[in-house]
Ligand binder design. Structure first.
Ligand code: NCD
Length: 317
C-alpha cells in the first residue's frame, strides 16, 4: 500500500505515467466513470478548503465512487480531543482511501502510519501540498508539452506557502529549470528549501523583492496568497498582504507566452483585470486538478496497472 505525503514519494517516471493517465481521463472521461463503483473516499479536512476538498470529491464521484467526510476540525471528534491516529484507524474501516488536510505539519504522515487505507496529504500546515503540485505539473505539461527549459517565478509568501515548497521540490528533478524567488525579505523560502533542495541540487535561482525586475525573464509566474492563518500576529500580515499586486501594467513587462498560475484562493495579489489576459491560466489550472486526483485515486487504490515503478529504489529519483 502506498500513501502520498510529498511529491517526492513519486519518481519522475511514476509522475509521467500518472500525468499520462490524467490526460487520458481528461480526453476520455466516459471510459472511467464506473472504475470506482463501490469504493469510498473519506475527506478529513481539519482546515478550510474549497478546491482541494471539492476536487477530490468531484474526482471520486466522476469515477463512480462515493464520498464521506468532514470539512472542519470543529465538526469532527478532533474538537473532543481525538488524535489523528485514532481517527484514521476508525476511518480505515469506513472508507477505501482518505484525503487529509491538517494545520499541523506531519499530521497526515502520522495518520498514514496508523492507517489501513492509502492516505493522501491534502496540505499539512506550511509544509507540503503534493496534489496541488500534481495539478501544477500537469498544467505546465499540458500547456508546454514538456516540463523543461523554464524560468519560473514564484511570487508572494514563499515562507509559509506549502504549494511553493512542494512545487520547488518536484521541479528540481526536471531538466534546465531556473527559479526567480520573488518575496519580501521576511517571506523568503525556508532554509531547508534553499539549502537542501536548491543549493544541493545546483539549481540556478535568484531571490529578489521586485516583481517588475523578474517579469521579462519569466516563462511561468506562480503567484501565491500571503498565508494569513500562519502569521503570528495580524500586524505583520497587514503590512505584507498587498506587497504584490499583479496588474495589467506588470503583465505588459512579461513575455507574450508567459503563463500565470496560482493555486487559488486569490485575495488581492492578482488584479481581476488580469483574468481576461490569455496568459492567465489559474482557473484552467484548478480544473486540471480534478483529472490528476482521479488518476491518483485510481493508482493508490490499485485499480490501474503500470503506474508504479517496478524498482522501488527509484522513488526518490
Ligand atoms: C492552497 C493551500 O491550501 O495551500 N490552496 C489550494 O489548495 N489550492 C493555497 C492557499 O491556500 O493559498
Amino acid at each position: 500500500m502506498r500513501h502520498l505525503m510529498s511529491p517526492l514519494d513519486l519518481s519522475v517516471s511514476e509522475l509521467k505515467r500518472l500525468m499520462d493517465l490524467a490526460q487520458d481521463i481528461e480526453e476520455h472521461p466516459e471510459d472511467y466513470n464506473t472504475k470506482c463503483n463501490g469504493k469510498k473516499l473519506a475527506t478529513c479536512f481539519y482546515e478550510p478548503s474549497t478546491r482541494t476538498r471539492l476536487s477530490f470529491e468531484a474526482a471520486m464521484l466522476n469515477l463512480g465512487g462515493s464520498v464521506l467526510g468532514f470539512s472542519s476540525a470543529d465538526s469532527s471528534s478532533a474538537a473532543k480531543g481525538e488524535s489523528v491516529s485514532d481517527t484514521i484507524r476508525v476511518i480505515s474501516s469506513y472508507a477505501d482511501i482518505c484525503a487529509m488536510r491538517h494545520p499541523k505539519e506531519g499530521a497526515p504522515l502520522v495518520a498514514s502510519i496508523h492507517s489501513g487505507i492509502p492516505v493522501i496529504n491534502a496540505g499539512d500546515g506550511g509544509h507540503q501540498h503534493p496534489t496541488q503540485t500534481l495539478t501544477d505539473l500537469f498544467t505546465i505539461r499540458s500547456l508546454r508539452g514538456e516540463i523543461k527549459d523554464l524560468t519560473i517565478g514564484l511570487c508572494g509568501d514563499l515562507k509559509f506557502g506549502r504549494t511553493v515548497h512542494s512545487l520547488i521540490e518536484a521541479l528540481v528533478r526536471y531538466p534546465n529549470i531556473r527559479f526567480k524567488l520573488i518575496s519580501p525579505e521576511e517571506l523568503r523560502v525556508p532554509d531547508y528549501i534553499r539549502e537542501e533542495v536548491l543549493v544541493r541540487n545546483n539549481i540556478p535561482f535568484e531571490e529578489l523583492e521586485r516583481l517588475e525586475n523578474a517579469m521579462p525573464d519569466l516563462d511561468i509566474l506562480y503567484m501565491t496568497r500571503v498565508q494569513r492563518e500562519r502569521f503570528f500576529n495580524e500586524e505583520d500580515y497587514v503590512r505584507m498582504k498587498d506587497f504584490y499586486i499583479l496588474d495589467k501594467d506588470k503583465m505588459a513587462l512579461a513575455k507574450e507566452d508567459m503563463m500565470v498560475l496560482h493555486p487559488l484562493p486569490r485575495v488581492n495579489e492578482i488584479s481581476v483585470d488580469v483574468d481576461d489576459d490569455p496568459r492567465a491560466f489559474y482557473f484552467k489550472q484548478a480544473k486540471k486538478g480534478v483529472y490528476v486526483r482521479m488518476a491518483l485515486i485510481l493508482t493508490l487504490l490499485g485499480l490501474v496497472e503500470g503506474i508504479f515503478d517496478e524498482d522501488k529504489e527509484d522513488y526518490h529519483a
